[in-house]
Ligand binder design. Structure first.
Ligand SMILES: CC(=O)SCCNC(=O)CCNC(=O)[C@H](O)C(C)(C)COP(=O)(O)OP(=O)(O)OC[C@H]1O[C@@H](n2cnc3c(N)ncnc32)[C@H](O)[C@@H]1OP(=O)(O)O
Ligand SMILES: CC(C)C(=O)C(=O)O
Ligand SMILES: [Mg+2]
Length: 512
């Protein structure tokens, strides 16, 4: 049997924009709307035209530009708001008026200061007025999650009689839990006359982190429109995240009697676009669109994924717009992932013993660094362990001078093959000066590819550890140096890298 359609109503440009700091210009709304259209979002709520001239123009521009998604505009129950929204929607090929009024005792008494009977009259008049201007009218019972069921049934019955085509039951303050919210939808569908003539919609906020769970529970209870936003953007803790709703329904087709029309491969680009427009970063562990959503770091998981992806992946990264899943090498990784990455990098390991030695070094490095990059692996595999006894270069003495207004200066005494050399240099900072002084003796001509500093103890007397990566031709090595003086640690790291470069060169050319 063909699945029913679950309508995706995206409100990133309206409720999403209500996130403090997320307001968008007309051009930004247009860019996002085009991406939503590409994804096959059914309805794009573009804004609240009565809010400002800017929002009016933004809704009008979106209505003009978008052809394959329906454009909705939000308005209160007043004729002025509705007229403004109708005006903004004029260029739309398909438009929808979305009008709302609060229905909870708290909102009616304290905010609207209206008697419940007057709220029903306002809703009735608004839907009638809107239907005179447009065929598609959605009515929302704001704060439905805290409204009395009998009252909800009455107001919904009234607006259906006036021609509302979609009835939205928002959990405006994210107060509901899934079973209770689903029960509301079931009761409304059972009790309201002609409930089968309208689409039941849900709009959940995430104040208790339940927006997606509540939306999905409502879908199982018969809702066929979900209002949601990219990255879960929205007022306060946000709305249900579009990407999570879409992928939950798609991944669990064994449970849901419906599916969306969304082309999920556009989800990650949409997430990145919304994040860059609003300046709201996506947390790495965010479902579907977070940088770690398809990344595996621990050895047992990596081994499983390499043997069969589905051991630890319920969706394919490619299906939501990532290039691929990721195996991140770190201190929890095991030999399987280590060997696999080396193979990808074209590094042949000819024996188990070489692999084991390299793996031990890899673990030592991983204890010091959060993430191991491909360059680290190249360095790791191309270097020999240099023991203090066979170090060619040794730091004998050093002095650094750095004073405000003066060029930093370094003096180094370096032993090279047993002969001591004294060198001085100036640099843009004391570390730069130290490296230049060392180079003036070693003349390695290597490229400095990485300089990174870690504090390995805490406090002002912290031991600083420096990593220096040098590259020469195809050789890449990592040098490490530690000292409580960070400039000395840097000089040691540079010298350590020089010794490793030399030892690799010797291995390749024993005449050296
Ligand atoms: C749950 C939601 O997300 S609701 C949508 C939230 N979005 C917005 O608020 C859009 C941006 N808002 C605005 O730009 C402004 O608030 C405007 C232009 C809409 C109204 O501005 P103002 O006229 O200055 O009113 P103000 O914002 O101070 O107060 C809201 C008024 O609307 C009334 N109101 C609230 N909801 C409704 C409604 N659904 N239908 C009719 N009146 C309503 C309030 O009771 C209040 O009326 P009062 O001034 O007589 O007390
Ligand atoms: C206007 C309505 C749909 C809303 O955003 C809410 O109740 O949260
Ligand atoms: Mg909302």
């Amino acid at each position: 049997m063909a699945k029913e359609q679950l309508i995706i109503f995206d409100t990133t440009l309206r409720d999403g924009e209500q996130s403090p700091g997320a307001s968008m210009t007309r051009e930004e709304k247009l860019r996002i709307a085009r991406q939503l259209e590409k994804m096959h979002v059914d309805i794009i709520e573009a804004g609240f035209p009565a809010a400002s001239n800017g929002d009016f123009e933004a809704v009008r521009s979106v209505a003009e530009a978008i052809k394959d998604s329906r454009i909705a505009a939000l308005c209160r129950t007043s004729d002025q708001d509705i007229s403004r929204a109708l005006e903004a929607l004029k260029p739309a090929r398909a438009g929808r008026i979305h009008t709302f009024i609060a229905t909870s005792p708290l909102h009616m008494e304290k905010k609207l200061r209206m008697a419940p009977e007057d709220v029903i009259i306002a809703a009735k008049n608004a839907v009638r007025f809107a239907r005179n201007g447009i065929d598609d009218v959605e009515f929302s019972c704001e704060d439905a999650g805290r409204s009395e069921m009998d009252f909800l049934c009455r107001i919904v019955e009234t607006v259906i009689k006036e021609g509302a085509t979609t009835i939205n039951i928002p959990d405006t303050v994210g107060y509901n839990v899934p079973r209770q919210y689903a029960d509301r939808i079931c009761q409304l569908r059972e009790r309201v006359p002609n409930s089968d003539k309208v689409i039941w919609s849900v709009h959940c906020h995430n104040d208790l982190g339940l927006a997606v769970a509540n939306s999905l529970a409502a879908v199982i209870a018969g809702a066929r429109q979900v209002e949601c936003t990219i990255n879960g953007l929205g007022e306060r803790a946000g709305n249900a995240a579009l990407e999570e709703v879409v992928m939950a329904v798609r991944t669990r087709q064994d449970i849901f009697p419906c599916d969306t029309r969304i082309d999920a491969t556009h989800i990650v680009p949409a997430s990145k676009l919304v994040s860059s427009v609003t300046g709201f970063p996506v947390q790495p562990n965010k479902a579907i669109v977070g940088a770690n959503a398809f990344a595996h770091e621990s050895g047992i998981h990596q081994d499983g994924v390499l043997k069969h992806r589905e051991t630890y992946e319920i969706m394919r990264a490619e299906d939501v717009g990532w290039n691929t899943n990721k195996l991140v090498l770190g201190k929890h990784s095991g030999r399987t992932a280590f060997r696999a990455r080396l193979k990808e990098l074209g590094i042949e390991v000819d024996s188990e013993q070489v692999l084991n030695t390299a793996f031990t070094r890899f673990k030592e490095l991983a204890d010091k660094k959060h993430e191991i990059f491909d360059e680290d692996l190249h360095a790791l595999m191309s270097e020999d362990v240099v023991t203090p006894e066979d170090e060619y270069y040794k730091l004998v003495a050093s002095a650094f001078h750095s004073e405000t207004g003066e060029t930093p200066h370094a003096m180094i005494t370096l032993s090279a093959g047993g002969a001591e050399h004294r060198a001085e240099a100036q640099g843009s900072g004391p570390v730069d000066a130290a490296f230049k002084a060392i180079e003036s003796v070693a003349r390695s001509d290597a490229d400095l590819q990485l300089y990174s500093v870690n504090a390995i103890t805490t406090g002002t007397d912290a031991q600083g550890e420096v990593t220096v990566r040098l590259a020469k031709g195809s050789r890449i090595v990592n040098g490490l140096g530690a000292d409580t003086d960070i400039i000395v640690a840097s000089a040691r790291a540079y010298i350590n890298a020089l010794n490793k470069l030399r030892s690799v060169a010797e291995r390749l050319n024993p005449q050296l």
